[in-house]
Design a protein. Structure first.
Lengths: 462, 673
């Protein structure tokens, strides 16, 4: 029957994978950005006009931050510093209007670098529109570890909309990139990988008016966004590689990946004018900090949510852990022999492909004797798939289905299906649950969405 | 280690705060204070300064042009309108509050306070006929019992609630009716909204809202407090609701244009004093509006101790820099004032920071920790024949002045302000239609955009001069300006008052043909992407044309400018350069192109007046080192024979793909052997 042959295939693949397994390297994914040199990091930023691509093929005229001498980018360069650093951001300006930098939660001082003059502004001192002649230094002490948003403090309804924003990460004093990956000075904030989710949106009418030069025709009381972004890209571009050459002004992607049993630190920031309900479909996340305030020693005041309302100006730090607990079947596909008793040795014949001998002692084991993976809940171990898989002719397919319900296993698929799941991982959509925000200017799918990929242990996440 | 010290300090502070809260009760006001005898009246408000005036006409129901109708409580004891943000009552926990209301609106009103128990509450009031909501049959208390309960068209089912509590009836023809009392016999501690309970979706935005603050024994101590009341105004709804004889407008399509903190948008508001450095301020955030706002403190964080009047458990009193202020919400938060005199910007992070189409504006205010020394700024705008406003468009605002006409224009009366010593201000002139800002007197400096910068080192008086504009006038670019090719350039202009739309064009052939820059433009500025003509210097004409509302041409102004891309300084006429190994000569040029446009520079020379060219050098400008021009030290290859007096140098600017941007030939110079 189809089922048995498919299950034989699964087991073959898994067995092969296990045999070929190299010891798991302690890979760790860090949020890409510019790391400053402690204890006095200096970042030279500039501003300029850039064009940003959206998933349905449109181009948006934007005002963006970039590293001095480099390409401007959306979102702005992610700046990474250490707790206690005295940070300097030197800003020059190539836009036709003054700009500035403010960071909610941090008291930033602003002063022009001689011989330039900074302009007094409504929130802070500003860099005049003089084609880069004046530099204004924005300085602050990164007193508290956490996740922060920086954006222009000049005419914010226009300039934040136009794209002048980015993320700032302050690593705690005890952080070590290899041995102590913590978000706050508390072991309850330990993680394997970290991913950024900087949520923004765009009202195209503002960008078109600026592109045509009509800055005075914009009514900021009448706001209607039609594009939604994570880290400066819309779906499906969120799933493309970082630094993709065809997205020169959008270097950051958003693909959180982990192996079962690991933890990802989600740094979630809300930079737009609207709140967004950030939904980690299929799983809870544990909110451990908001506005960079760690929620209780040992994270005792942390709360689980599958949707977190990210308000304008908000930053959240959340932990995403996945073990397969409660999925309802053994995700690694450990299972008893289909034959009972085992077809091979106890019937007197040679072992069959469905018989495992994990410790190589010549005795073939029942599932109960197969060791559970380190991440597995013993209650899930050996749970069979609770349904009989319909035959291929009775199924429709999503692009991420590997052909098998088991992690790390591929299965037969009709021609043309699949191919988007390189390691037979599990895909969970991470997205704004305000469903209209899953579009690019009315084209579905798009918008503020990406996928968490739980990769099998055989494909360690680097 | 630093972080441990900070953690201990923070823990210590929390412990001290908890200790103080336990030992020192919150300040208790023994008496109910504030306007508790009010009449709801028609009023007129001007934006953006929030000044409230009485309507005119007989009966007094007409608001002057430029003002917006409101329905406001009027303090019968203090004899003054209570502008939004001024209707404030304070009390202590357990006090009994009675508010007496009379009503001149011609439709019923009522009051309720969400979170406080009104006793007696003789509402709700139901009405039966949607086509006659205020003149038809009503019922009080429960909805009338249906005669045929199983019949969905029984008349009883047509009743709808009009008011949550008992109503204050209007008198006849704009006169106050009988007084009505609203009693809350035992107040709960916290911050609360006082609202109209009648058709609240219309009556609250129209202005019937205020704040009740009640001190509580269990509350933490603080040195002073400040209330930040958020609300909005949709002028269209206010004008439509104004005529109560008509049926009330729906607020489904509510599109506010004005966004207020304590009844005023920026720049109509003054800094809000919050007391001495390092003391503790209780901030009370209240939203009487219809939409969600996110007030955010710039550079500071606060401890949110209560929500909707409910004190939170100490471990849940989180530290944040903003609150999610939904409609009807209240939050109380403790702020430790900065250690020295300062201004703390507070703004809506949903960025409703505009007044109609003008920015900056809207929900932007400043908390002030005053300096021991403060200085006064006085602004006058009557220096010339024209009219206009001066606005302080920098921390902490406080100036929104039009003294050029008497009486002052609606919405522009704030011409003096006391500032902390050392405050740096940027004053911006906003000319009225038909006027133009020309000069300032007594500024410390003027920016290239004609803004006035002052530093308050002592008392200061600044005067802005506006002149009347009788014909369309180009301000930037001025005549003979040099504009960099390929740049973004803001064109600005002024025009007579009747001008409504504008057209901008440029010509590169002295007016033979014109290229459109923009048409049907409004306002008085436009961002032009300057072309890059393929010549080193191009004379261009920029023409502004103004049209009135009927589309009639009101005249033009044309300025001659040069779009300069490249100029060779040396070699030039009279230079005699010797060739050879030991002789270096500097080729000097200037470039006027947008940074990043020029990627390489090719230099050639000719000994025969341009008939043929020999290479000198190709320079790479990826780094931008030559963006403004440069110097090339040229060692001319050894020449023999006669002097070459018809020599020229050619410089070609190329873009990233090798296309010529501009080129120029120098004047003739002499090369000698």
């Amino acid at each position: 029957m189809n089922n048995i042959s498919i299950r034989k295939l699964y087991r073959t693949v898994i067995a092969l994978a296990l045999l070929l397994l190299v010891p798991l390297a302690a890979g760790a994914y860090d949020i890409p950005g510019i790391t400053g040199t402690s204890p006095n990091p200096v970042f030279n930023l500039t501003t300029g006009v850039g064009t940003v691509s959206t998933g349905e093929g449109n181009s948006l005229h934007m005002w963006l931050f970039g590293m001095s001498g480099g390409t401007v980018q959306y979102t702005g360069p992610t700046l990474i510093v250490n707790e206690g650093d005295s940070v300097t951001i030197n800003l020059t300006n190539n836009l036709p209007v003054p700009v500035s930098i403010v960071i909610p939660g941090i008291n930033v001082a602003a002063a022009a670098v001689a011989p330039g003059t900074a302009l007094p502004g409504i929130l802070t001192k500003e860099v005049p529109a003089d084609n880069g002649a004046t530099t204004v230094a924005y300085t602050f002490t990164a007193s508290l570890p956490g996740t922060y948003l920086y954006h222009s403090g000049t005419n914010p309804p226009l300039q934040v909309e136009m794209g002048l924003l980015g993320a700032l990460i302050v690593r705690p004093a005890g952080f070590d990139a290899v041995t102590n990956r913590i978000a706050y000075n508390d072991p309850a904030s330990t993680y394997n990988h970290e991913n950024l989710f900087l949520l923004t949106d765009v009202d195209i009418r503002v960008h078109e008016a600026v592109e045509k030069g009509n800055l005075t025709a914009i009514d900021f009381a009448d706001y209607h966004d039609v594009y939604w972004f994570i880290n400066g890209r819309t779906l499906p571009d969120t799933l493309s590689a970082g630094n993709a050459p065809w997205l020169p002004t959008q270097p950051y992607n958003s693909i959180p990946r982990m192996n079962p049993g690991q933890t990802i630190l989600y740094r979630i920031l809300g930079a737009s004018r609207d709140p967004h309900p950030f939904h980690t479909h299929g799983n809870h996340h544990l909110n451990i900090a908001r506005h960079s305030q760690f929620l209780g020693a040992g994270a005792t005041l942390a709360w689980n949510a599958f949707t977190t309302a990210v308000y304008p100006g908000d930053t959240f730090d959340a932990l995403m852990t996945w073990t397969g607990q409660g999925v309802g079947w053994d995700v690694m596909g450990h299972a008893d022999d289909i034959d009972n008793p085992p077809a091979g040795f106890s019937a007197g014949g040679p072992p069959g492909p469905e018989d495992f001998d994990n410790n190589g002692n010549g005795i073939f084991d029942l599932c109960a004797n197969q060791p559970a993976e380190a991440f597995e809940d013993p209650a899930d171990h050996c749970l069979p798939l609770p349904v009989i898989m319909p035959s291929l002719q009775d199924l429709t397919f999503g692009m991420f289905y590997s052909g098998s319900p088991f992690l790390g296993a591929f299965g037969a698929l009709p021609p043309g299906e699949g191919g988007f799941n390189a390691n037979a991982g599990y895909f969970f959509m991470q997205h704004s649950h305000s469903e209209k925000e899953l579009t690019n200017f009315d084209i579905f799918p798009g918008g503020m969405a990406t996928f968490l990929i739980v990769e099998p242990p055989s494909a360690p996440v680097q | 280690m630093k972080n441990r010290t900070m953690k201990m300090t923070y823990t210590a502070l929390v412990l001290v705060a908890v200790f103080l809260a336990a030992v020192m009760p919150g300040r208790a006001d023994a008496v109910v204070a504030g306007p508790t005898d009010v009449t709801i009246k028609k009023a007129c408000i001007s934006m953006p300064d929030g000044t409230v005036t009485a309507p005119g006409g007989t009966p007094a129901i007409t608001c002057p042009a430029g003002t917006i109708p409101m329905w406001l409580p009027y303090d019968n004891v203090g004899a003054a309108y209570l502008a939004p943000g001024s209707f404030k009552i304070t009390a202590a926990e357990g006090d009994s509050l009675t508010i007496t209301v009379k009503n001149e609106l011609g439709i019923p009103v009522s009051l309720f306070i969400a979170g406080q128990v009104m006793t007696p509450n003789n509402g709700p009031v139901w009405f039966a006929d949607i086509t006659a909501p205020y003149t038809g049959v009503t019922a009080t208390g429960s909805r009338p019992t249906p005669v045929h309960p199983a019949d969905p068209s029984d008349p009883a089912f047509k009743y709808r609630v009009r008011s949550f509590t008992h109503e204050t009836a209007a008198g006849a023809a704009g006169l106050p009716g009988a007084a009505q009392t609203y009693i809350w016999p035992s107040l709960k501690a916290g911050t609360y909204l006082i609202l109209s309970g009648t058709h609240p979706s219309l009556q609250v935005p129209m202005g019937i809202y205020g704040v009740l603050t009640v001190t509580g024994a269990a509350w933490p101590a603080y040195d002073q407090e400040a209330t930040l009341l958020f609300s909005e105004i949709d002028p269209y709804i206010h004008n439509a609701a104004d005529d109560v004889a008509k049926s009330f407008p729906s607020t489904n399509d509510y599109k506010p244009k004005y966004f207020l903190i304590n009844g005023k948008p920026f720049p109509g508001n003054d800094p809000i004093p919050i007391g001495a450095a390092a003391s503790t301020t209780l901030l009370r955030f209240v939203n009487a509006g219809v939409d969600t706002y996110v007030p955010l403190l710039q550079g500071q964080s606060m401890q949110v101790i209560a929500e909707d009047g409910n004190l939170k458990a100490p471990e849940l009193q989180f530290i944040r820099y903003s609150v999610d202020l939904h409609a009807g919400k209240t939050f109380d938060a403790l702020l430790t004032n900065p250690a020295a005199a300062a201004y703390i910007p507070v703004y809506d992070r949903r960025l409703y920071m505009s007044n109609a189409a003008e920015a900056p504006g809207g929900m932007l205010a400043y908390l002030e920790v005053p300096d021991a020394v403060q200085h006064q700024l006085t602004v006058a705008t009557n220096g010339g024949t024209g009219t206009g406003r001066v606005v302080a468009e920098s921390v902490p605002g406080g100036i929104n002045c039009d003294s050029s006409i008497v009486p002052p224009a609606p919405g522009a009366t704030n011409c003096t302000q006391l500032y902390n010593a050392g405050t740096e201000l940027k004053l911006v002139g906003r000319a009225n239609p038909g006027s133009l800002l020309t000069t300032w007197a007594n500024c410390d400096s003027i920016t290239p955009s004609n803004e006035c910068l002052v530093t308050m080192a002592g008392a200061k008086s600044v005067t802005a001069t506006f002149v009347v504009v009788t014909a369309p006038t180009l301000i930037a670019p001025a005549a003979n300006a040099q504009i960099p090719a390929g740049s973004s350039y803001i064109i600005t202009w002024a025009a007579p008052a009747k001008a409504a739309t504008y057209t901008l064009k440029y010509s590169l052939d002295n007016g033979v043909t014109w290229v459109l820059i923009g048409k049907n433009l409004t306002g008085n500025s436009f961002l032009w992407i300057v072309p890059t003509p393929r010549k080193s210097t191009t004379t261009a004409l920029i023409k502004l044309t103004a049209f009135n509302n009927a589309g009639v041409n009101m005249g033009s102004d044309t300025n001659t400018v040069s779009i300069k891309t490249l100029a060779i300084i040396h070699p030039t006429t009279g230079d005699v350069w010797t060739s050879g190994v030991n002789n270096l000569h500097d080729i000097v040029w200037e470039t006027f192109a947008a940074p990043g446009l020029v990627k390489s520079i090719v230099i050639k020379y000719s000994k025969n007046n341009g008939a043929s060219w020999l290479p000198v050098a190709t320079l790479d400008n990826t780094s931008g080192a030559y963006d403004d021009g440069g110097t090339y030290h040229w060692q001319i290859e050894p020449q023999v024979g006669a002097n070459k007096p018809a020599s020229r140098v050619k410089i070609i600017l190329k873009d990233a793909v090798g296309k010529n941007i501009a080129s120029a030939d120098s004047k003739k110079f002499t090369i000698t052997p």
